[in-house]
Design a protein around this ligand. Structure first.
Ligand code: BJW
Length: 232
């Protein structure tokens, strides 16, 4: 089977995960050296943990913001942005919270799990951008702790964001899943919408995942290398 090339498709959806940003130096979540091997997600990535000890969660987030802020988009992010520029019906649906797609030139990025660079006050129902490393103030002017606008375990995904992703997936002629372990739901199941709609399907990963059988083409190796090959 010859590898599908971007030039033969018009409505491409890139569905990305932490493995894409690994080549920028951002640790993935699972596996050796992953965030969850060092930090228990029950202590750092759910609402209960935040309510128990917001300062501890913000300390963790400040470390993440410091590390991610120093990283640059890599060749994989740039290929995706380039393809989107050449083919305007391309959509980028990401589970990543690092903002690297947009920094590489990606447009209208659909961020399923939110952003490390937005905070919100749940009391005032306000969301705002905040790219400061080491949050100046961890509290809103109303006195409530600000929360990162990230989707933690047990949080519902934002319905409007999911709707945008579904719309793009329903009309896709090519779905390319890149660097995700496919274990976090409901995200892991979304590419199936494009597959059911008849899109050609590709999974790029270093290894097989629990959802690999969904994809017609299973390309094994670093994301940036396969994305460059598909961009020939
Ligand atoms: C490379 C590479 C290279 C490396 N090139 N590849 C059914 C059973 C049990 C529980 C649930 C269930 N359904 C839903 C749930 C609950 C839960 C869930 O899915 N749990 C599972 C883990 C079991 N889901 C939720 O809670 C979601 N909400 C929800 O379902 O609401 C309704 C509900 C509420 C209550 C109960 C039940 C339902 C929300 C999930 C939000 C996830 N949020 C996080 C937190 C970030 C926190 C932070 O940043 O501080 O988002 S978790 C983390 O995982 C992050 C990621 O976006 C997400 C996905 O990870 P990703 O991107 O796949 O990364 P990795 O590390 O897992 O994989 C990297 C991959 O790259 C690997 O495969 C490598 O091989 C590969 N790779 N280098 C190519 N160079």
């Amino acid at each position: 089977m010859t590898t599908p090339l971007f030039r033969n498709f018009e409505r491409i959806v890139f569905f990305t995960g932490a493995g894409l940003s690994a080549e920028s130096g951002i640790p993935t979540f699972r596996g050796k050296g992953g965030v969850w091997s060092q930090y228990d997600y029950k202590e750092y990535a759910c609402q209960e943990a935040f309510e128990r000890d917001p300062e501890k969660v913000w300390d963790f987030l400040d470390v993440r913001r410091g590390a991610v802020g120093k990283c640059e988009p890599n060749a994989g992010h740039r290929v995706i942005a380039e393809v989107q520029k050449a083919k305007p019906a391309t959509a980028i649906v990401t589970q990543n919270v690092d903002g690297l797609h947009a920094r590489a030139g990606g447009r209208d990025v659909i961020e399923l799990h939110g952003s490390l660079w937005r905070v919100r006050c749940d009391r005032e129902r306000v969301v705002r951008k905040d790219a400061s490393v080491s949050m100046g103030s961890r509290k809103c002017s109303c006195g409530e702790y600000l929360r990162p606008d990230i989707v933690w375990f047990g949080d519902m995904l934002d319905e409007r964001v999911v709707r945008r992703a579904i719309k793009a997936l329903e009309s896709a002629d090519l779905i390319v899943s890149v660097g995700t372990s496919g274990v976090v739901y409901p995200a892991a199941d979304l590419p199936r919408i494009a597959v059911r709609g008849g899109a050609t399907s590709v999974e790029i990963n270093l290894e097989d995942t629990p959802v690999s059988e969904m994809f017609e083409y299973r390309l094994r190796g670093p994301a940036s290398e396969w994305l460059a090959k598909m961009n020939a």
